[in-house]
Design a protein around this ligand. Structure first.
Ligand code: COA
Length: 267
């Protein structure tokens, strides 16, 4: 049985699909998500990915049945298994397309970690969040680099150490969430966010996502060469040239997908 379902098209949807256990993340799900993420190309076919959960919540984080069974495994098996999970988070983080998180119900532990990896997060106002691992006697290991990068050391120290559950409003305050709406308006808000990526040049979005990861937390002087190379490459690229020319000539660039279309416009 598959643990995720994926819809294709320029706005792809990946649905965590283990609703009976609140989309808890187990080894099968880690493998399926990694395989899917590695197959995504930054060629413009997919403009954005919506990451969502089936059933009452987004995700209850690591599958605690599966995690607790690891006591019966060797140290090597434990390491290999954890490596598989860490690889999934890394593969999602490296996606060359923007990921929009649609959070309803709850995003806890690894579920909150998935939210941290998303580029844009829209949450229902009654959703709850939490890095609850310490309340279960474990720790937010594989997600920690993404959490610290997203919410900073101060909020991470508070929320990963006390394991408290917190509101969507608080999640927005600390930068984990970008937009909070009533639950009934969640799909409309997600659609508004994804619509923005129908206008953005795919190669520019992919290069910008890579650039932001590369410069985050580094001194400007240390990334100067990298930033110079990035613009020198992109402005002479086909999309760079087409985009600037289209603006100057008051035309629509060919990559823009107008509502109702599922491919680039020919204008
Ligand atoms: N791993 C494995 N199973 C889980 C799970 C998890 N992380 N979270 C929930 N489940 C299972 C429950 O054991 C229950 O199974 P059962 O029907 O066999 O009893 C089922 O999913 C439904 O859970 P329940 O708590 O009844 O659902 P709810 O809708 O009332 O609450 C949550 C949903 C997510 C708020 C709640 O399940 C929860 O707090 N889960 C733990 C989240 C957590 O701290 N995760 C961090 C992991 S590191």
């Amino acid at each position: 049985m598959t643990t995720i379902t994926v819809s294709s098209g320029p706005i792809a949807t990946v649905t965590l699909n283990r609703p009976d256990v609140r989309n808890a993340l187990n080894d099968a799900l880690f493998r399926e998500l990694t395989t899917w993420a590695r197959g995504v190309r930054g060629d413009g076919a997919i403009r954005a990915v919506v990451l969502q959960g089936a059933g009452p919540v987004f995700s209850a984080g690591a599958d605690l049945q599966w995690m607790s069974r690891m006591a019966g495994y060797t140290r090597e098996e434990n390491l290999a298994d954890a490596h598989e999970a860490a690889t999934m988070f890394q593969a999602l983080d490296a996606l060359p397309v923007p990921v929009i998180g649609r959070i309803h119900g709850a995003a806890l532990g690894g579920g909150a970690g998935l939210a941290a990896i998303c580029d844009v997060v829209v949450a229902a106002d009654d959703a709850i969040f939490g890095f609850t691992e310490v309340t279960l006697g474990i720790l937010p290991a594989m997600i920690s680099p993404y959490v610290v990068r997203k919410i900073g050391v101060s909020a991470a120290r508070e929320l990963c150490l006390n394991g408290a559950r917190f509101s969507a409003a608080r999640a927005r305050e600390i930068g984990l969430v970008h937009e909070v709406v009533p639950a009934a308006e969640l799909d409309a808000a997600v659609a508004r966010q994804t619509a923005l990526f129908r206008k953005a040049a795919p190669s520019a979005v992919a290069a910008t996502k890579r650039l932001l990861n590369d410069v985050a937390g580094r001194r400007p002087g240390d990334v100067l060469a990298l930033t110079v190379d990035a613009i020198a490459t992109q402005r002479v690229s086909p999309e760079g040239q087409e985009g600037m020319r289209a603006f100057l000539e008051r035309k629509t660039p060919g990559w823009v997908i107008t509502p109702g279309e599922d491919g680039p416009s020919k204008a």
